[in-house]
Ligand binder design. Structure first.
Ligand SMILES: Cc1cc2nc3c(=O)[nH]c(=O)nc-3n(C[C@H](O)[C@H](O)[C@H](O)COP(=O)(O)O)c2cc1C
Length: 409
């Protein structure tokens, strides 16, 4: 099929038009107004400012750590999880107001969203900041009630988002103070993310964004005994981001969509157009990115737009809206999934590298359904195979093991 790559990527989100669903999340890629403008020039539809606060912030150095593979110094590394102990913006609120005003004037077809944070005992602080960013021209406000480090100790960030009552209260203060739409940003560090989401919607949120980072400690230096990242011999709890948190984010989006009928801005581990498509299909209608932009820069927007556009055309989606939630509608309670549907594994002999991994896994963690021929090619005993797919998951060759259906379902 010939793909023209010219699908309509625009989306109406809370009454505001985004020319494509891609937005920079509140994070290092939105550290300054100048950076946001460069991102808009590159093709990003919108940006959420780094979180604005009224107090002065001093960041520690260093404040990042990463988990990379293959993990050997001989091969180039690829980051699949990122940890940060960075705080909110360290630039003055007054400077941000000027920059928001300037962006609004000079980029009329882009969306600028102000991220705000204060504590839950201070309605006037929230309201005053909200009115000021609205006055400066922000299209929307995102409430940061989800940062897991540094700020919760002061009653801010996830200290609010982890408490549905506080999350609702803060949302109401801001929603009552301004006319522009409010997005409440969720923390994944809760038992049931639908509870704070519902509280925010009941108190005036026009949308939910999810997720902020996942509470984490990246590792420990085995020589110094200091957890990572190390700051003068000590470390602190941080937040995990990047591709490793994508499954957590997708689950959060599905859960929120089941609980409340409201637009969702999906965040967490989006790195490619394929990830972006999955988030849309699961129910998000705008998409925010941070870590992948930190690693590869604003230029990834071209691949994101082209890939998504081609995918839509190939699958007959006329608009982003047509995609939103298609996969979420295929979620069921586990107890409702078919017990009649049966698969067993099969091995493509020509692809097998005779590593024995499928045999070992099935033997020690499965149903002893794999034996090895004399030449070490695995043989599947279909009577013993329960179709769990462990061999398929652990096989190092992409298309060597397959799961074949043996009954309808
Ligand atoms: C270094 C760093 C700084 C961040 N700062 C903020 C912030 O100021 N406000 C906020 O709401 N989220 C902040 N985040 C969270 C991101 O906006 C985003 O929710 C999270 O990183 C997950 O998306 P990702 O996997 O695409 O990075 C930060 C993330 C990182 C990695």
């Amino acid at each position: 099929m010939k793909i023209s790559g010219e699908s309509d990527l625009s989306i109406d989100f809370c009454g505001i038009k985004f020319k494509n669903p891609f937005v920079l999340s509140s994070s290092p890629p939105t550290t300054t107004g100048e950076m946001i403008k460069r991102a808009f020039d590159a093709g990003w539809a919108g940006a959420v400012t780094k979180t604005l606060v009224r107090e002065e912030i001093v960041n520690v150095k260093p404040r990042f750590a990463s988990l990379a593979f293959p993990g050997s110094p001989e091969e180039p590394k690829k980051i699949y999880a990122f940890e940060n102990i960075e705080l909110v913006t360290d630039r003055p609120f007054s400077v941000w107001l000027e920059e928001i005003e300037d962006i609004r004037k000079s980029y009329s077809d882009h969306v600028i969203i102000a991220s705000l944070m204060d504590d839950a005992s201070h309605p006037e602080g929230w309201k005053e900041m909200a009115k000021k960013v609205e006055g400066a021209g922000a299209h929307m406000i995102e409430l940061n009630m989800s940062c897991p480090h540094g700020m919760p100790e002061k009653g801010m960030g996830s200290a609010i988002g982890q408490n549905p009552k506080l999350a609702g209260k803060v949302t109401k203060w801001v929603a009552d103070a301004v006319k522009i739409p409010i997005i409440s940003k969720m923390t994944p560090n809760v038992t049931d993310i639908s509870e704070p989401a519902r509280a925010c919607v009941e108190n005036g949120a026009s949308a939910i964004s999810a997720i902020n980072t996942v509470g984490a400690i990246m590792g420990v230096d085995l020589d110094t005994f200091v957890p990572k990242p190390a700051v003068a011999g000590y470390s602190a709890h941080g937040g995990l981001s990047g591709m490793a948190i994508k499954p957590i984010a997708l689950k959060a989006i599905a859960t929120i969509r089941e609980a409340v009928d409201i637009p969702i801005s999906g965040i967490g581990g989006i790195a490619t157009w394929e990830d972006a498509s999955e988030f849309l299909l699961m129910g998000a209608s705008t998409l925010q990115l941070c870590t992948e932009v930190m690693v590869r820069g604003y230029g990834i927007i071209e691949d994101l737009n082209d890939g998504l556009s081609n995918y839509m055309e190939e699958h007959g989606f006329a608009s982003i809206n047509d995609m939103v939630g298609v996969a979420q509608r295929k979620m069921r309670a586990l107890s409702d999934l078919s017990k009649e549907y049966k698969v067993v594994s099969s091995v493509k002999e020509s692809k097998c590298v005779k590593c024995d991994i499928c045999y070992i896994s099935c033997n020690d963690a499965g149903y002893q359904a794999i034996s090895l021929r004399e030449d070490r090619i695995p043989i599947i005993d279909e009577e013993k195979c329960t179709g769990c797919s462990l061999c398929y998951q652990v096989c190092p060759v992409w298309d060597c093991v397959a799961m074949k259906e043996v009954s309808g379902g």
